[in-house]
Design a protein around this ligand. Structure first.
Ligand code: NAD
Ligand code: GLY
Length: 369
């Protein structure tokens, strides 16, 4: 880790595909510098973003244009923008901007823009350079790092995509100033997840930190720690092929969370809100399996509540529908459900669970019926 007054640089150590994550307030200047360098080398650059981000970061985009980049906006916001139709439009925009094999795609936005633009970069001309500039907390600590890119299909989320690592990630924490508080809180669910799955000291910092917002004095350090944990996990198991543990640990709370998103209808719960309830359920499952002391759950619930995250369903959902949705999870292996469980706060493992009655009781415990 390299640190100076203004920023920290971490490395995702993937051999010849290694790349830096630069973190700090004002990193947009480094992005603009990169754009100017591309212009001097006559490399065409397209910055892909979505309408709300284009509005909030209009000044930055004007500077990006002045530095020689073309700007492209998706036609819609949020999950619907991760579609085959939007991908096709973005490919056409890359062609219209005459992006060639020396060219570069810059994703400026949350996880939606990052996943879409990353897949476009992976597939246009069979692969052009790609830089991530995340603008949500979730994207800063999770989706911009690790190279998972893709779009949704009618059959489900993230079903088409590619592993395609960026050349660099620039995390400018000032870009969080305009992020709606509910979106910020959703990102905190992923931050809390990192503490739980692999770093008790990080979890303790979150316990002591009170309610986080974009100006919290510890936020940059917390983002650095989350990115460092993700970088280590990705380095060890880039394509999530480890039989036990590995990259799958990043899905702590997600088997439950994905089921909530699907059964409630996408958009009713933000991803991070569903993950927050999933973290409570993962803790209860771990306690029921005798792996985690029951008092750990209280600590987890307290941190989630402090950060204005739900710890139970807002409206009842069908327990049977939730169980059925979990069976469709990508982590199901030969019919057995695989969960990330906690063996302590800061320690996790993967486990197969086939006790459907236990899972049903857990769902009822958070308000399913
Ligand atoms: P998002 O990209 O939809 O952004 C959330 C909302 O915030 C949107 O309305 C967006 O326009 C707005 N927004 C973004 N930045 C803003 C800013 N600075 N100011 C004001 N508004 C801003 O959602 P997200 O939570 O960032 O990402 C969710 C997506 O990420 C999902 O599709 C999920 O599948 C994906 N994801 C991918 C990975 C991965 O490893 N690739 C990991 C986790 C999640
Ligand atoms: N967010 C899960 C992963 O990157 O693997």
């Amino acid at each position: 880790m390299e640190k100076n007054l203004a920023s920290t640089t971490l490395t995702v150590a993937l051999g010849e595909r290694a790349y830096p994550i630069r973190i700090g307030a004002g990193q947009r200047a480094s992005v603009l510098q990169r754009l100017r360098e591309c212009a001097m080398e006559r490399r065409p650059v397209l910055v892909a973003t979505c309408p709300p981000v284009a509005e909030c970061l209009a000044d930055f985009l004007r500077e990006a244009e002045a530095a020689g980049a073309r700007i492209y906006q998706t036609t819609c916001d949020g999950e619907p923008a991760k579609s085959a139709a939007e991908l096709s439009r973005l490919w056409e925009a890359l062609a219209a901007a005459r992006v060639d094999r020396t060219g570069m795609v810059v994703a400026l936005g949350g996880g939606v823009v990052g996943d879409l633009a990353g897949f476009a970069a992976a597939s246009f001309l069979r692969g052009v350079d790609f830089v991530q500039v995340p603008t949500t907390l979730l994207a800063m600590v999770d989706s911009s790092v690790g190279g998972k890119t893709g779009i949704n299909l009618a059959a489900g989320k993230n079903l088409a995509g590619a592993f395609y690592q960026p050349q660099a990630v620039f995390v400018d924490t000032d870009m969080l100033a305009t992020l709606p508080p509910r979106e910020f809180a959703a990102g905190m669910a992923e931050v809390i997840k990192y503490g739980l799955l692999g770093d008790a000291a990080l979890f303790a910092r979150l316990e002591c930190g009170g309610k986080f917002d974009w100006q919290h004095s510890e936020l940059t350090g917390i983002i650095e720690r989350c990115c460092a944990i993700k970088a280590e996990i990705v380095k060890a198991d880039e394509r999530e092929t480890a039989r036990e543990g590995g990259r799958a640990l990043l899905n702590l709370g997600h088997t439950f969370g994905h089921a909530i998103e699907k059964v409630a209808g996408y958009g009713v719960y933000l991803h991070g809100e569903a993950v927050a309830i999933g973290l409570v359920l993962a803790a209860r499952l771990s306690a029921a399996l005798g792996l985690l002391p029951p008092e750990a759950e209280e600590k987890i619930v307290a941190v989630l509540r402090t950060n204005v995250l739900p710890v139970a369903l807002r409206e009842p959902l069908s327990a049977e529908a939730l169980l059925a949705a979990m069976r469709l999870d990508k982590k199901v292996r030969q019919g057995a459900l695989r969960f990330v469980v906690l063996t302590a706060i800061g320690q996790s493992a993967t486990r197969e669970v086939d006790d459907v009655d236990l899972l049903r009781r857990l769902w009822v415990g958070v308000g399913a019926e």
